[in-house]
Design a protein around this ligand. Sequence first.
Ligand SMILES: C[S@@+](CC[C@H](N)C(=O)[O-])C[C@H]1O[C@@H](n2cnc3c(N)ncnc32)[C@H](O)[C@@H]1O
Length: 294
Amino acid sequence: MKANTRTEGGTSADAIEHHYGTGNDYFSLWLGETMAYSCAMWDGDEENQSLDDAQLRKIEYHALQAHARDAGALLDIGCGWGGLLNHVVSEYDVARAVGLTLSQSQADWITSRARPGVEVRLESWENHQPDTLYDSIISIGAFEHFAKLGLRPSEKVRIYRNFFSHCHGWLKSRGWMSLQTVAYGNSLPRDFDEFIAREIFPETDTPRLAELVEGAERLFEIVSLRNDRDHYRRTLRAWFSNLKSHRMQAVRMKGEEEVRRFEQYLRLMAYMFEVGGLDLYRVTLRKIDRPRGS
Ligand SMILES: C[S@@+](CC[C@H](N)C(=O)[O-])C[C@H]1O[C@@H](n2cnc3c(N)ncnc32)[C@H](O)[C@@H]1O
């Protein structure tokens, strides 16, 4: 493991690679064109929308919330396969878009397709040392990895506060941040099938909304907050149906057992969002320039 991918309280780079390193070609079979691996944004109940449109709408939403238009520099923490980075430099005239990931295979994928102005770094947010202040920060589907399973709530809040303190220091005065994360809803850690924790996302625990808010308090004001858990149910169903359509190819790449594992995971997660055991938050935050008591 490289020094800059070392994590203190969150998912390790090895555990990240255990999942995201399953193979770029395999993920591209079912994530769709955008390779976005997070909850999409659907437009009402309209049934004829494509997953790609809904993923693009999500990217646009975060770019708008983070005031990305014409930004000199934007940071995407947990940038996945880099769809947002390429989108903001080409559609929002962002001069420089920097992405952080812990996954070597994602970093390689981005490097081979990066538009001018896009930069990817294989490092944890904990070790990021920017050479400039950012106008905007976006983080989609990464916050879930910042705390390991088994930590006490107070330890989780300490980590989240450390994360928001770093973001606070990296942003220009009154800068904007747009964050998306899964969180516990009407559920307790023990309600979750051990299968997800052991086989799909090892060393990973999602936050509670209250922990996130406490982490950001007096560093950022929360400007808007929405829970779109039904959007994640739909996204997971769309991934499941894509995987089903490409099942033979997927089995050829990964084997029957691995594909079954993914099917089980997608089904289970869709159920948890459907019944409200999990929530999906999109949070817009704005930097408080002079936090009281700091
Ligand atoms: C579920 S993917 C989401 C990717 C992307 N934002 C998207 O919406 O498609 C989670 C991402 O968070 C990254 N990640 C997890 N922990 C991280 C950390 N401590 N520092 C930086 N990135 C991290 C992973 O490497 C991965 O790229």
